[in-house]
Design a protein around this ligand. Structure first.
Ligand code: URA
Length: 315
């Protein structure tokens, strides 16, 4: 965990200290490795009975997608297992050293920024799914790399595709209002999506696209290490929570986003996607989103802004 100087770069992040972070990270990595080995074994046993071997990872994505689609499996569970296997064998993007806790925190912040830049660069060249060739710009995400809150949407729309920035269209303007209603600025939080490239005609993300793109989001979350993730809409919530429940059931309560055995989980609040809210702009829905955001503020120990106590400004 990056702690000591966090409040310098992010005024809403408190000054905590955690000298155990480095050793916890090594311990966590050990358990994570065991977990990945187990996932790999389980995956191979459940598919063709093939021996657990890294070379089998190349076709693994296709096998998983076909299994998920044809056997009506829980896609998010399958995605998670695949990602854990892939991260295990590829090492993911991030190498966080145990030295970090003894180095200056601003160095660590710089390291996080550099790693996030690397992801953005990787995303801009990504051709892991078909969206890589149909996009205008990739949209890796943006914001405070020290954020206490990460907002995660579904995928870029036309405006985001044109500008290469997340949530800049109509839904983005509403998200800005939600953030302002919480007494925060856009620059206080980090905003990104499950998919980093626009699905044509704003269609729903496909399983193979989520599988290809999730490692980017997982690594972004791991690097930023927020206290709360706000999942905007069903696709973001389901992809992060490993389930297929409707958003009406998921929103309004905290869930746990697991980053791996030995790592502390991160609290996740699901709420309606701003685009859904725009299409269904009722008092009830606005109140529901506002109630969700008040829970986020309370969890962070932040006061509800005075003028927001009796009304919401999502109108
Ligand atoms: N909808 C999303 O899910 N993400 C964006 O960035 C914009 C609209």
């Amino acid at each position: 965990m990056r702690c000591g100087l966090l409040c310098k770069t992010n005024p809403i992040k408190p000054n905590l200290s955690n000298g155990m972070a480095g050793s916890c990270y090594i311990f966590g990595a050990f358990w994570r490795t065991l977990e990945c080995v187990w996932m790999t074994l389980e995956f191979h046993l459940r598919t063709a009975g093939a021996p657990p071997c890294p070379f089998l990872l190349l076709p693994a994505q296709n096998i998983i997608t076909i299994l998920a689609m044809e056997k009506d499996m829980d896609i998010t569970k399958v995605v998670r297992q695949h990602l854990q296997m892939e991260n295990f064998f590829t090492g993911g993007f991030m190498v966080r050293s145990s030295k970090a806790s003894s180095e200056s925190h601003s160095n660590e912040d710089k390291q996080v920024e550099a790693e996030l830049e690397k992801i953005a660069e990787e995303v801009s060249k990504c051709r892991k799914c078909g969206l890589g060739s149909s996009r205008t710009n990739s949209v890796p995400g943006e914001g405070n790399t020290n954020a206490r809150i990460v907002f995660v949407g579904e995928g870029p729309g036309a405006d985001e595709d044109a500008q290469g920035r997340p949530f800049v269209g109509r839904a983005g303007q509403l998200l800005d209002k939600i953030i302002a209603g919480m007494g925060l600025k856009r620059s206080d939080v980090f905003i990104c999506n499950v998919l980093k490239c626009r699905p044509p005609d704003n269609r729903d993300p496909r399983p193979e696209e989520i599988i290809s793109c999730m490692p980017y989001l997982q690594t972004q979350i791991e690097l930023i290490n927020p206290e709360i993730i706000v999942a905007l809409g069903a696709h973001a919530a389901r992809s992060l929570l490993n389930n297929n429940l409707p958003i009406g059931q998921l929103r309004g309560q905290f869930h746990e986003y697991y980053t791996g055995i030995g790592h502390p989980s991160i609290k996740l609040m699901a709420t309606y996607h701003p685009a859904y809210l725009l299409r269904n702009y009722s008092d009830d829905n606005r109140k529901r989103v506002w109630e969700d955001m008040k829970k986020v503020l309370a969890e962070l120990g932040l006061a509800v802004p005075k003028n927001q106590k009796h009304q919401n400004n999502l109108s």
